[in-house]
Ligand binder design. Structure first.
Ligand code: B12
Length: 331
């Protein structure tokens, strides 16, 4: 009864991927987290303490159930012939959108059933994908993404922990079978084996990192400004997915058709008011400008040389501008 009413409420606010599980994680999962850490293949963006990542009771005393929700984000097709953002960074930052949905369901649970709730998306210590798998939302693809039936892997994940007991879903097993398209196509071979991403090599990580980007990495970035969708774009389960019903994820002209002159000459205020609203904004103006400079170097278009020259007096961007100018001149 409680379960049906929560699902019904979630549906009424546009959420059709929702599942329920217990609060315990397998040894197999904990071992995998440890293994990734000891191999030095974590990105540094996740919580590296595997004990914290599975300690649900620390987050809510008396916790009994985890509720996972997935919200779809595929909207328009990306034009990859000019510098572009990954699909997950179009429109309004998903943390804001997801938080709002999780808050709404949590309030419903508290008001209707007196259940206490806490909720998380992305930045908490929990592992959103393992939770989604436990809740039967989808299965792990070999590219490590959670793949749902309706929206493929183009979903964001979030979870609510509650002290109510709610009937559990059944976990789904991987349906990748012998397909290895995602592994074969990864430009940096970051998917070192099925279900195993060396995050340090992943282009999504490279576009977000603070450290210096090497010449080889710059080459591989191509026209990517933030994130990478390559391993998802080839996935057969992503071919005929339903588009997002969430208006906030549809891109505005300025983040779909990014003007290099505008991005490279933006004031901090302009940046905050535009990219600051997206999930790409957290890396800051300089990193996004760095990525644009690298993309222009990879564009093969000499017309950008004068624009790049205007960045030669910027302490941080100079290094990348010089490289891109050289590349475009064919030196
Ligand atoms: C750190 C991080 C990154 C890092 C590292 C990604 C990674 N795969 O670890 C970087 C910056 C590279 C990244 C990139 C992206 N990310 Co990210 N990221 C995270 C974050 C914050 C933590 C992930 C984590 O803990 N990784 C650590 C390692 C150990 O975990 P893992 O790779 O997931 O490993 C699991 C599987 O491989 C599996 N496994 C291992 N062996 C086996 C064997 C079998 C048989 C099976 C079935 C499974 C299995 O178990 C491992 C542990 O459970 C989560 C949010 C969160 N708090 O959970 C978002 C999250 C995973 N990211 C997300 C997204 C959308 C992306 C991008 C698509 C963004 C983009 N367009 O660039 C890419 C996808 C790249 C990819 N192929 O993973 C979504 C994923 C949604 C989904 N459908 O799966 C999340 C959940 C954010 C959210 N709340 O929606 N991300």
């Amino acid at each position: 009864m409680i379960r049906e009413r929560i699902v019904e409420y979630a549906n009424s606010i546009g959420i059709d991927c929702i599942g329920f599980s217990d609060i315990f994680f397998s040894e197999f999962f904990i071992e995998r987290l440890k293994e990734r850490k000891t191999s030095g293949h974590l990105s540094g963006f996740e919580n590296s303490n595997e004990n914290l990542r599975v300690d649900v009771n620390r987050l809510l005393e008396g916790a009994k159930t985890i509720i996972s929700i997935a919200i779809p984000y595929k909207t328009v097709d990306v034009d990859k012939t000019k510098p572009y953002l990954s699909k997950s960074s179009f429109g309004i930052d998903y943390h804001k959108v997801m938080n709002y949905k999780l808050k709404s369901i949590s309030e419903y649970i508290t008001n209707e059933f007196k259940g206490r709730c806490v909720y998380y998306v992305d930045t908490g210590c929990l592992h959103d994908r393992e939770i989604a798998k436990k809740c039967g939302i989808g299965f792990y693809g070999k590219n490590t993404s959670i793949i749902t039936k309706k929206y493929g892997s183009f979903v964001f994940l979030g979870e609510i922990i509650t002290d109510l007991y709610i009937k559990r879903d059944i976990e789904l097993e991987s349906l990748c079978k012998d397909c290895t398209l995602c592994i074969d196509v990864c430009p940096t071979k970051a998917l070192e084996r099925p279900y195993y991403l060396n995050a340090r090599k992943c282009l999504s990580f490279i576009t977000q990192k603070k450290d210096i980007i090497t010449d080889k990495e710059m080459e591989k970035m191509g026209l990517r400004l933030y994130g990478c969708d390559t391993c998802q774009d080839v996935c057969p389960y992503n071919k005929k997915v339903k588009l997002s019903n969430i208006n906030e994820f549809y891109p505005k002209e300025w983040n779909f058709n990014i003007n290099p002159y505008k991005l490279l000459n933006m004031t901090n205020k302009e940046f905050r008011n535009l990219f600051g609203l997206t999930s790409a904004g957290w890396i800051g103006k300089k990193k996004l400008q760095r990525n644009m400079i690298i993309a222009l170097g990879n564009s093969n278009d000499k017309e950008y040389i004068p624009l790049l020259e205007t960045k030669l007096d910027d302490d941080y961007l100079k290094y990348y501008a010089e490289k891109s100018i050289k590349k475009l001149r064919g030196d």
